[in-house]
Design a protein around this ligand. Sequence first.
Ligand code: BV8
Length: 247
Amino acid sequence: MFSEKLISTLRGAEHITVFTGAGISAESGVPTFRGDDGLWKKFKPEELANFDAFIRNPKLVWEWYRYRKQVLANVKPNAGHYALADMEQLHKNVVVITQNIDNLHQRAGSTKVYELHGNINRNYCIDCGLSITDEVMSWLGRAPLCPSCHGLIRPDVVWFGELLPVDQWNKSIAVAEAADVFFSVGTSAVVYPAASLPTIAKNAGAYLLEINTERTDLSWHADEILLGKSGDILPRLLQSYQSVVHQ
Ligand code: BV8
């Protein structure tokens, strides 16, 4: 199933970097953004995932995030997440860079995860910056207010037009440039600057592997494309890698 080139490159790799998008969580039951049943088909990102929309209608934006928090409260990591966590046991330099806000890589056991677009489990006050957990937020039919200064609370996610967290971004560029193998898994590779990471890795000499159920804007640049579900492919790739490592 896997090319000799891929397995030998993995075997000789000093650094493995895995870049993930919503597709890796699809088999956990988390809707993607741009697929047929994607979130952006039902909701308009410009109406929900940006700060101006939030200030205009915080209640509407919170209804959307409450819905997504509820979805995520009832899902579990899938075999793809677990395979990446297990890869850390086999290889000392595996880092996951995710665009996802669902915390599923961490729940599967991955310990080196850079979150480019934040995490839906975290919230903060836009006035005083206080970090607030879901448990202490009171809804009362309106957007939650800060218990300390009564400012508006927002989800700790990166909206369109907002800068990515500088430390996560800088670390992600570093591990993209250092990668001997760079996986792009379950992403349409259309949201920037995150989508520039595979090209940064490739231009720095990485073997660029794309795992997706369909071809994307990135496919033309990949060294190898594995078409299929990440929950099927990643465990099998790990198995092939394991069998070589233990020879
Ligand atoms: C920035 C977090 C700059 C919140 C998200 C105008 C003004 C400012 C910026 C811009 C602008 N116009 C364009 C931009 C840049 C903009 C951008 O890139 N827009 C795109 C849409 C054109 N980017 C930004 O705004 C970024 N910030 O540029 O700031 C700046 C400079 C100066 C000063 C100020 C600012 C911020 C972008 C972050 C937006 N936040 N989400 C939330 O989630 O609620 S975006 C959203 O898209 C998610 O983060 C998501 O991760 C990301 C990418 O989507 P994917 O993960 O790839 O998901 P998608 O559904 O698209 O694809 C899934 C894939 O999986 C598919 O290919 C499918 O085939 C595959 N798949 C499905 N099932 C499986 C599978 N593969 C394998 N196995 C399966 N089972």
